[in-house]
Design a protein around this ligand. Sequence first.
Ligand code: ZN
Length: 460
Amino acid sequence: MELSFLGAARQVTGSMYLLETQSKFRILIDCGLNYEKDVTRESNAEFPFDPSSIDAVLLTHAHIDHSGNLPTLFGQGFEGRVFCTEPTSALIDILLSDSANIESKRVNKKRKRKQPTRRLFGHKQVMDVIDNVVTINFEKPFELCQGVMVEFIPAGHILGAASIKISVTEKGKTKTLGFTGDLGKSDAKVVVAPTPMTGLDYLVMEATYGARLHKEERSAEETLASYIKDTCIDQPGRLIIPAFSVGRTQAILFAINNLFRSGDIKPIRVFTDSPLGINSGNIHDKYIGYLNKEARDFVQEYRDLFRFPHLDIVEDKEDEEDMQRYYEPNIIVSSAGMLEGGRIQRHIANNIQNPQCNILIAGYCTPGTLGAKLLEGQKEIRVNKHERTVYARISRTDVFSAHPDQKGLTQYFKQVQNNSNLQRVFLSHGEVEGLEALKASLQPDFQEIEIPYVNESYSL
Ligand SMILES: [Zn+2]
């Protein structure tokens, strides 16, 4: 068989791998949008293969950098099925629909300016994806085609996220590959801890935080409490937490809910204005059985994970104006996480010159994004078409990170290694610095580590 690295090779976005068996069965693992700074959105339409030649897609999880190019694949002739877990199926329904709206706006803007452009996909192609999903249970191996067995293993990270184990039997010999997909932290809020795969010959492993050691020793609640006390208690401060709609928004709202219920923090108003975040929260409520024990126990006792008396859901312009005029201490949780696009841009533009505002960045920011610029300490920024000087405080926490750090990745690897007969490991889904650092961390125990380039193929 042959394994090709078609995306997220030496970068984080655009996850896509192609596995072709000797009998020419072609499996795509993930089909994500590539949104690196130096890449045009249109270039996602250029697949390095004929989409109609692909037999099946296995999808690790719903994030757009893993699922976002599926509608384009259908638009260009793919006629197979997309295999994923049931929560992932529910999440891609809302995420891809939102992505189609963003695509429409982008294309209309370009056309208005008479700039040449190409529509990647529309709602019809999103419907094609949803209509062709086959949902798979965790830890129930199934035969994808003759000689190919597939198993989805819990990866943590976000609701429904899976690592995927593929066993291919060729000429009487079976080889097993494991794709970690994006992994979660073992002590994550809301979602389960990842289950390390076993019995592998080859491992394709993510390395988003391969160079990083998370600093937090405190729990999510303790960390959040210290920022709330520091910014909002006894002073009219505003704590703004940019957060992705799926996963991080829920983890943050759950931690705030916990803090208010326990009485550790006097409740203050919390605004959340991500419609996608609310829909995503409803999907978490529906698939409660997939969440971790802490979340399931909390639901037994208090019913609602993400809704509490002091939560204001910002639905329209009036709600937003009401929020802007609110001068008592408050918290805003808004998307998107890296501060690129979404409603967070308006909050940053309105509050970045307020010294009593604290912007708490709670996750990975790709170089070049506004989030990365603020973390670098840039004092003059451009946001929502305005030039602004930064007077707000900028803080950072790793406690809500959806990915393990170098230590967590290394521990995960050791557990796989102890229960496998590994021949080779491929590191992907990371900046070069992170990939090299993780390689160095694993190498004392294991030598056969590759860091593939995009479009590089390996015979296994
Ligand atoms: Zn992800």
